[in-house]
Design a protein around this ligand. Structure first.
Ligand code: DX5
Ligand code: ZN
Length: 215
């Protein structure tokens, strides 16, 4: 089981984004989680390729790009060129998920699927072999700082069972409401990667919080 932290820049101070990324570079953070929102799939708009390109210029850790947009396939190449290392799409936003995941892999990137809290893990059975990462949303996507949905623990164990039954190495990522109080339980339940936005960026000592998230 991996124990990785992916700090989400959504909660960073954008007036000093370079410094925030520099802080992550020097910390034990593993992936930089980048939340792209279109105001249609989710009720919020964040940022697009130009900002991702800027993030890439400073970040030393892999960019974990979480696309909360409809018809994401239109932008895979753009996000690759902007510096994405992992691209994750929402199950609920793709009509042809097999094609979407194959396209991400054909670009030479790591591929991921994200499930909203209402989407069952069992629906992934036939595409799991195309996923390097599966992200379980533990809040309804769109905003940072929301409350963790406890049912996520059940989904982690269902997903772990499915991954093992298919003999795969897919990583399980958890996104939303992660903090130093639930992190060790999440890793114990089978999570490999924890996304943390507000827990890291509103902490007094962000590098220490990142360290504590891994304990
Ligand atoms: C929410 C985003 C998350 C968000 C998490 O839709 O996908 O990555 O930044 O924020 P926290 O960790 O504050 O719940
Ligand atoms: Zn996210």
């Amino acid at each position: 089981m991996a124990k990785l932290v992916a700090a989400s820049l959504l909660s960073a101070d954008f007036s000093m984004l370079g410094e925030e990324i520099e802080m992550l570079n020097k910390s034990e953070n593993d992936w930089v989680h980048v939340d792209v929102m279109d105001g249609v799939f989710v009720p919020n708009i964040s940022f697009g390729q130009p900002i991702v390109k800027f993030i890439k210029k400073y970040a030393k850790q892999p960019l974990d790009v979480h696309l909360m947009i409809i018809n994401p396939d239109r932008y895979f190449e753009d996000f690759k060129n902007a510096g994405a290392d992992i691209i994750s799409v929402h199950y609920e936003a793709c009509n042809h998920l097999h094609r979407s995941l194959s396209s991400i892999k054909e670009l030479g990137l790591k591929s991921g699927v994200v499930l909203n809290p209402h989407t069952p893990v069992s629906l992934l059975k036939d595409v799991l072999y195309l996923c390097d990462v599966v992200t379980l949303m533990s809040v309804n996507p769109g905003f940072g700082g929301q409350k963790f949905i406890e049912h996520t623990y059940t989904k982690i164990s269902e997903l772990k069972t499915l991954i093992n039954s298919l003999n795969l190495n897919t990583l399980i990522e958890i996104d939303g409401g992660v903090n130093t109080k639930n992190s060790s339980l999440l890793y114990q339940a089978g999570a490999d990667v924890l996304v943390a936005g507000s827990a890291v960026f509103s902490a007094e000592n962000p590098p220490l919080t990142i360290k504590e998230l891994k304990k």
